[in-house]
Design a protein around this ligand. Structure first.
Ligand code: UGY
Ligand code: MN
Length: 180
């Protein structure tokens, strides 16, 4: 059986998450849950909700299980970003058992990534707020809230925020495992 971990983030509306132990959490906008591969759960929605869901075949490590996590973006501390100006929060622990993370990155209009990044990690990105321009390789894409991007390993990447309001994006990144 293929065991997948699941990450859920609420973009709009609300859902109730209940796990096998019968413990329920109401997830509202900006809140999220990480579910280890073996945690059976259900999601219930009374009205409407828009969710981002990532699923990944979990690369487990012996005796290092991952835990269920429920949180919200605004509870997470701002992290250091040496050489960069954007604001960074991480929604999942950075410890070794976790094989991906979800970053929330904020840019004010006119701010941009200083580093034109190239790395083995893949990204899935959803622009939650604002607008700007994303460079992928030699192509430049105008993007706005609601747009999604998949970035393959080693694709050169760069973002500049435009418009009159904050840009915020949610970014999946595989970490802590040898990609080969
Ligand atoms: O952490 C990252 O790889 C992130 N700075 N990449 C990105 O925003 N495209
Ligand atoms: Mn990157």
């Amino acid at each position: 059986m293929m065991l997948k971990a699941r990450f859920i983030f609420v973009v709009q509306g609300a859902v109730t998450l209940t796990n096998v132990s019968g413990i329920s959490h109401k997830l509202t906008v900006d809140s999220y849950a990480y579910l280890p591969p073996n945690v059976e759960h259900s999601l219930k929605c009374d009205g409407s909700a828009t969710l981002v869901v990532f699923e990944r075949r979990h690369a487990s490590l012996e005796n290092q299980p991952t835990e269920q996590i429920v949180g919200s973006t605004d509870q997470q501390p701002l992290l250091e970003t040496p050489g960069e100006v954007f604001q960074l929060r991480k929604l999942i622990p950075t410890s070794i058992p976790y094989d991906f993370n979800i970053h929330i990155m904020d840019f004010q209009p006119g701010e941009y990534l200083n580093v034109k990044e190239v790395h083995y990690n893949q990204h899935g990105l959803l622009l939650l707020e604002g607008q700007g321009i994303y460079r992928l390789g030699d192509s430049w894409y105008p993007v706005q809230a609601g747009d999604a991007i998949w970035m393959a390993p080693f694709v050169p990447q760069w973002y500049a925020a435009l418009g009159k309001s904050r840009s915020r994006y949610l970014l999946y990144k595989d970490v802590n495992r040898n990609p080969l």
